[in-house]
Design a protein around this ligand. Structure first.
Ligand code: EPU
Length: 416
C-alpha cells in the first residue's frame, strides 16, 4: 500500500495550479446521462473518484475516454441503468446517477450506499424527492429500484440542505413534465456549476446558489461541452499549508469568491492574502492565532476544510474550539494529530484544540479524504519525518499532491 513520506520544516514558496473541482465534476459527468450523445467535460482532475464515475458509466454501456483533463462520454449505447454495489461502496457519490437514470430511462437500479467513515450519510431526502416527483421506489437486496414513466414536477422542501440531494433532484427535474421547486436547497458553488452545465444542455433552471431553485422540465437535452470550476477545497488546503509553514504561495486557477468563509478564518488566524490577476497569494506570517470555527452548509465554513483547519489550529497560539455540525463522525484525524504531539480533546461534535509550539513527525494513518489532507498539513510543519499510510484516501480528491508540494519546495515522496 502506498504511503506519503514528508520531511517537515520547509516554508512553502512558489506557484501552484489548482485543479478542477472534484465535487463539481462528479455530478456534471453524471449529467451526461441526460442526453443521448457525446458529452465533453473539461478541466477534470485525474482522481480516483473521477475514474470510479467513469467506470460506472462504462459499466452501464456508455463509451468513455479521459485525456488531457477532458472527459468524453458517448451515452447513446447506455443500456444498463444500474450502479452495482462493487462501485458504489468505493464512492458514495455514485448515487448521483440515480436522478439522471430515472429521468432519461424511466428506471434505475442503484446500490444503496452503506455507512461511511465520516457519518451514516443516508439518502432518504433524495428518495423522498423522487417519490414526490412520481417515481416508484422500492428497496430490494440492498438496491434502490426506481421507476417512472415520466417524472412530474413537484414542490420539494429539504429537511436540511443536501448537496448531492439537491443535485440529484435538479438533474431528475430537468427532464420532468412541468415545474419543480426545490426549497431549502444546498447553495454550494458545485450546485451552481451543475446548474450552469445543465443550462448549456438546454435545461430551464433558475435560482441555483439561493435556497429556492426552480426547474422547468424540458423534453430533451443536448450533450455537454463544459469546463468545471476550480476546486475550492484543494485551494483552501494549499492556503492552510502556506499558513502553517510561514509560506508564500500563489494559487493559480482559483476562485477566491468561493473561499470567503475559509479566507476570513485564515486572516483571523494571522495569514495574509492578496488577490492578484494571476490568482490568490497566501502568506503565512508567524505562529497562527487560535480562532474558533463551526462547520455549516455553504456559505458557512465547509466541513471539507475542518480537518485541515484543525491541523493549523494544533500549533496556534491559544485554544481553538472546532464545532462539526454537518457530519457526526468527522474527527478521526484528531487521534492521528495527537500522535504527532497535538493537544486535542473531543466531546461529541466539539473539539478543543490547545495550540502547541511543536509537532513531531510520526507514522500516522489516513482515515478519510480530508483527514489525510490534515495529516499532510501537520507533517509539513512537524519536526522530522512523517509517514502517512493509506494514501489512497488522499488520491480520491487531490491530484498529484506530493508533486505539487515538491514544486513548492516541500520534501514529499510517495513510498511503498
Ligand atoms: N443527509 C441526510 N439525508 C439525505 C442526505 C443527506 O440526512 O438524504 C445529511 C447527511 O448525513 C449530512 C447532511 O445531510 O449530515 C449534509 O450532507 P450532504 O447530503 O450535503 O452531503 P453529500 O451530498 O453526501 C457532499 C460532498 C461532501 C461534502 C458534503 C457537505 C460530493 C460528492 N460530496 O456530500 O464531500 O462533505 O457535501 O458539504 O459533493 C469530500 O469531498 O471530502 C466530501 C465528503
Amino acid at each position: 500500500m502506498e504511503k506519503l513520506l514528508i520531511k517537515g520544516g520547509v516554508r512553502l514558496k512558489g506557484e501552484v495550479a489548482i485543479g478542477g473541482s472534484k465535487n463539481a465534476c462528479l455530478p456534471i459527468m453524471a449529467a451526461s446521462i441526460l442526453s443521448g450523445g457525446t458529452s465533453a467535460v473539461k478541466g477534470v482532475p485525474a482522481l480516483r473518484d473521477v475514474l470510479t464515475l467513469a467506470k460506472l458509466l462504462q459499466n452501464m454501456g456508455a463509451k468513455c475516454e479521459f485525456h488531457n483533463s477532458t472527459f468524453e462520454t458517448d451515452t447513446a449505447p447506455l443500456d444498463n441503468p444500474e450502479a452495482p454495489y462493487g462501485l458504489v461502496k468505493t464512492m458514495r457519490a455514485s448515487v448521483l446517477v440515480l436522478g439522471p437514470l430515472i429521468a432519461r430511462y424511466g428506471r434505475a437500479r442503484v446500490s444503496l450506499p452503506g455507512g461511511c467513515a465520516i457519518g451514516a450519510r443516508p439518502i432518504n431526502m433524495h428518495l423522498a424527492g423522487l417519490k414526490k416527483m412520481g417515481a416508484g421506489i422500492e428497496l430490494e437486496e440492498g438496491y434502490v429500484l426506481a421507476r417512472a414513466d415520466r417524472l412530474r414536477g413537484a414542490r420539494i422542501c429539504f429537511d436540511i440542505p443536501t448537496v448531492t440531494g439537491t443535485e440529484n433532484l435538479m438533474m431528475a427535474a430537468a427532464l420532468a413534465r412541468g415545474e419543480t421547486v426545490l426549497e431549502n436547497s444546498a447553495r454550494e458553488p458545485e450546485v451552481v456549476d451543475l446548474a450552469n452545465a445543465l443550462v448549456t444542455m438546454g435545461a430551464g433552471i433558475e435560482g441555483a446558489g439561493t435556497d429556492i431553485i426552480k426547474i422547468e422540465g424540458v423534453d430533451g437535452l443536448k450533450p455537454l461541452d463544459y469546463r468545471v470550476i476550480p476546486d475550492r477545497i484543494e485551494a483552501a488546503t494549499f492556503a492552510a499549508a502556506s499558513a502553517i509553514t510561514g509560506g508564500d504561495i500563489l494559487m493559480k486557477n482559483c476562485r477566491p469568491e468561493h473561499l470567503d468563509a475559509v479566507l476570513i478564518k485564515l486572516k483571523e488566524a494571522g495569514a495574509e492574502m492578496a488577490a492578484t490577476p494571476d490568482g490568490l497569494r497566501v502568506i503565512g506570517d508567524g505562529r497562527p492565532r487560535a480562532v474558533n470555527i463551526t462547520t455549516m452548509p455553504y456559505p458557512g465554513f465547509p466541513t471539507d476544510m475542518q480537518a485541515q483547519f484543525m491541523a493549523l489550529m494544533s500549533v496556534a497560539d491559544g485554544t481553538s474550539i472546532i464545532s462539526e455540525t454537518v457530519f457526526e463522525n468527522r474527527f478521526m484525524h484528531a487521534p492521528e494529530l495527537r500522535r504527532m504531539g497535538a493537544d486535542i480533546t473531543l466531546q461529541g461534535g466539539l473539539a478543543t484544540v490547545k495550540g502547541v509550539q511543536k509537532l513531531k513527525g510520526a507514522q500516522v494513518m489516513a482515515t478519510d479524504l480530508r483527514a489525510s489532507a490534515s495529516l499532510v498539513i501537520a507533517a509539513l510543519f512537524a519536526e522530522g519525518e512523517t509517514v502517512i499510510d493509506r494514501l489512497y484516501h488522499l488520491d480520491r480528491g487531490y491530484e498529484r499532491m506530493e508533486a505539487k508540494l515538491r514544486a513548492l519546495g516541500a520534501v514529499a515522496e510517495r513510498i511503498r
